[in-house]
Design a protein around this ligand. Structure first.
Ligand code: 5GP
Ligand code: MG
Length: 183
């Protein structure tokens, strides 16, 4: 495993992003919506750095990727979403990879009549986007590698790590197969 971002680097950048968001949303009815489960650590740290009153909510999204195809199917649950009508919604996820998850979720939330709708990701993976979608905010741009820690998992493990590390083939021989996993 190779460390990509230390806990210190993450906390400094998350604080900076929170300050920017506070400035952008001051005086607005902000609701931060996190995508479960990958965004929980990021969301918990970020909202404490957004020094303006705001609400939070969650959507649950998991993508199943077959072992032999690159296609993915997204399952979404909106049971934990508060009323977003007239709110300034900021949708938060751990990582922007192909862009499919956030593009789909953004369309879903747009149907709930928010006053505005933007997206923020902790990590923006370089050069892997497959749909025409870009997050409005990102904390870090990273190379195309499989990363875990700070909320990001491999088969639901490693989320508790305070840093972000690259999982390499020697760490897990089957990593190249993009296994199915809960997000
Ligand atoms: P997208 O729909 O943009 O391809 O994928 C977004 C989701 O895929 C993320 O929310 C995350 O759960 C998962 N994902 C994509 N790349 C990585 C990665 O490098 N590490 C981990 N742990 N999950 C990833
Ligand atoms: Mg996820």
């Amino acid at each position: 495993m190779k460390q990509l971002l230390s806990a210190d680097q993450i906390s400094r950048r998350v604080a900076e992003l929170g300050t920017q968001l506070a400035a952008d949303y001051r005086g607005r009815p902000l609701t931060v919506v996190g995508v479960l489960s990958g965004s929980v650590v990021f969301l918990a740290d970020l909202i404490r750095c957004i020094d303006v009153p705001h609400q939070i909510g969650f959507v649950e999204a998991s993508s199943y990727r077959g072992r032999t195809t690159t296609g993915s199917e997204l399952t979404v649950s909106v049971d934990r979403l508060p009323d977003l009508t007239g709110r300034d919604v900021l949708l938060i996820d751990d990582i922007l990879d192909t862009g499919r998850t956030l593009a789909s979720l953004k369309a879903l939330l747009a149907a709930r009549h928010p006053a505005s709708l933007r997206t923020a990701v902790l990590l923006w993976k370089d050069g892997t986007q497959q749909v025409d979608f870009m997050a409005d905010y990102h904390a870090f741009r990273i190379p195309n590698a499989f990363v875990v820690g700070y909320g990001l998992d491999y088969n639901n493990d490693y989320r508790h790590r305070p840093d972000i590390v690259i999982l390499e083939p020697q760490d897990l021989p089957s990593i190249g197969l993009r296994p199915s996993r809960p997000d």
